[in-house]
Design a protein around this ligand. Structure first.
Ligand code: ZN
Ligand code: ZN
Length: 412
């Protein structure tokens, strides 16, 4: 593919706060990262609020914002994004749920919310419930990793404002889903269908061969499916249409792939991209370069920094940043000359917080003709003196597409 290209490289949870163990430096400040620093020195830098100042972003809502979508408008619960992330087709008007394979006893009391953390046989169990018809609604179910799965309800007049069937604790009865507003007929219908689906899943799974074998070997049966987090699939204008792109996504987690799929991006799977600290980032970098041969925009999310942040492991985060720096080096060495790179994070996952915080994150744009500033290092403090100052995530695609010179003029 000819013409300018763009890469949006997101270090998940890359931003941080000063850490005592690192001499009051952030992991980015403590890391040796010559390639990220080169990108900052040759590019234009600033800090960015992924959604808005002080908002603690989830990875999904943040990526929607980074791709130019208003999460307050189009984020309708995790269900649809999870389902899309495991490759299910989610259409406008569908209601989607995250699900657990669970163990219940004969009285419908949950004895293990994760069915003994089942890892095998869920594909066969899913096949036993997938495609079920309840009233005029088709129930599509697919297994995800371990005890997880997703349910998509497709049919007329469904709502998503219902309570969960999963009691979220063991020793409690399976809950009956109810509409939050008793006068909401669409959600009442969904609740009715979900309750029947749960009951039918128990009937279909309790004597299933996979579960008989599990019980025979002393393991807990995955004898019921409990949906939660209902979300009504929104209609979004595809990103390619909005920005004149041919876009693709290289990501590790189902959640990010789900967001990307949702906005119409092609998903590129990299088998060695594990989503953990052992991930092969060079394989991801190679996939980006390869994908840019027939696409003009690639979003890439690297999950590792977030993992280290949640685990509160400062040195692990520093070490992983250094691995990510080699990935940046590979990209700098291998991109076509007419390529722009935006390097940033989807939120901060500070070591001291062990979760996402509302702190802004560093951002740098690099590529031919980009205005430079005096920033020499890619870290939370250095970039604050950069030319971009403080921006919001929703402006990234504007900035990138105007650098790529593919943005239409607003006005005469
Ligand atoms: Zn994230
Ligand atoms: Zn996280």
């Amino acid at each position: 593919m000819e013409g300018p290209k763009g890469i949006l490289l997101v270090g998940d949870g890359l931003g941080d706060r000063p850490v005592a163990e690192l001499g009051s430096r952030t992991p980015l400040e403590a890391a040796e990262k010559p390639n990220m620093d080169r990108l900052a020195a040759e590019g234009e830098c600033g800090i960015m609020d992924p959604i808005a100042p002080g908002v603690r972003a989830g990875s999904d809502t943040s990526h929607l914002a980074l791709l130019g979508y208003d999460p307050y408008e189009c984020y309708t619960g995790r269900g649809p994004f999870e389902a899309a992330g495991i490759g299910m087709d989610v259409k406008q008007g569908d209601v989607a749920f995250r699900c657990n394979f669970t163990t219940v006893n004969d009285d419908m009391v949950v004895t293990d919310r994760r069915a003994g953390r089942i890892t095998e046989g869920t594909e066969q169990l899913a096949a036993a419930v997938n495609g079920m018809q309840i009233e005029d609604v088709t129930c599509l179910f697919k297994e995800s990793v371990a005890h997880r799965g997703a349910l998509v309800l497709r049919g007329p007049g469904l709502g998503a404002n219902i309570t969960d069937t999963d009691p979220h604790v063991e020793g409690a009865h399976v809950h009956e889903a109810k509409p939050v507003d008793p006068n909401d007929a669409a959600s009442a219908k969904t609740a009715r269908i979900v309750n029947q689906f749960v009951k039918k899943s128990y009937e279909a799974l309790k004597d299933h061969a996979v579960n008989k074998a599990r019980e025979a070997s002393g393991q807990k049966p995955a004898n019921i499916i409990l949906p939660r987090g209902a979300g009504l699939a929104p209609s979004l204008t595809p990103i390619n249409e909005r920005f004149g792109l041919t876009s693709a996504c290289v990501a590790e987690t189902g959640l990010i792939k789900g967001v990307a799929k949702y906005v119409g991006m092609k998903i590129i799977d990299v088998p060695e991209a594990t989503g953990g600290l052992d991930s092969n980032l060079i394989a991801m970098a190679k996939a980006i370069i390869e994908t840019l041969k027939d696409h003009n925009f690639v979003l890439c999310n690297v999950k590792g920094p977030d993992v280290a942040g949640h685990d509160a492991k400062a040195q692990v985060k520093v070490d992983f940043i250094q691995i990510m720096d080699e990935m940046v080096g590979y990209l700098l060495d291998n991109v076509d000359e007419n390529t722009y790179i935006a390097l940033t994070a989807d939120h901060s996952t500070p070591i001291s917080v062990k979760d996402h915080s509302g702190d802004p994150v560093p951002i740098a744009f690099w590529g031919p003709g980009v205005r430079t500033d005096k920033v020499m290092h890619f870290d939370e403090r250095s970039v604050t003196s950069g030319g971009l100052h403080r921006i919001r995530g929703c402006y990234i695609m504007n900035i990138l597409t105007q650098l790529m010179a593919i943005q239409e003029k607003f006005g005469a």
